[in-house]
Write a protein that binds this ligand. Structure first.
Ligand SMILES: [Zn+2]
Length: 66
């Protein structure tokens, strides 16, 4: 196992598909930039956390709880 000739590993940015070098310097890997990372996280969050609007309890009807 010779690790003397290790090619730079690259990944594709999940957001824009740009090739990103998988190195410690690539702070936003696997994304190419902070912007792409936030775009992806935002899309994920908006899809996964999209819950049907929970009906807020009516302040006037919640008094007789006992
Ligand atoms: Zn990107």
């Amino acid at each position: 196992m010779s690790a003397s000739n290790t090619p730079t590993r690259t990944v594709k940015c999940p957001t824009c598909g740009q090739t990103v070098a998988w190195r410690p310097e690539s702070a936003w890997r696997p994304f190419c930039s902070q912007r792409c990372r936030q775009i992806d996280l935002g899309a994920w969050a908006s899809e996964s956390y999209r819950i049907p609007a929970a009906m807020p309890p009516e302040p006037g009807e919640d008094l007789g709880d006992d």
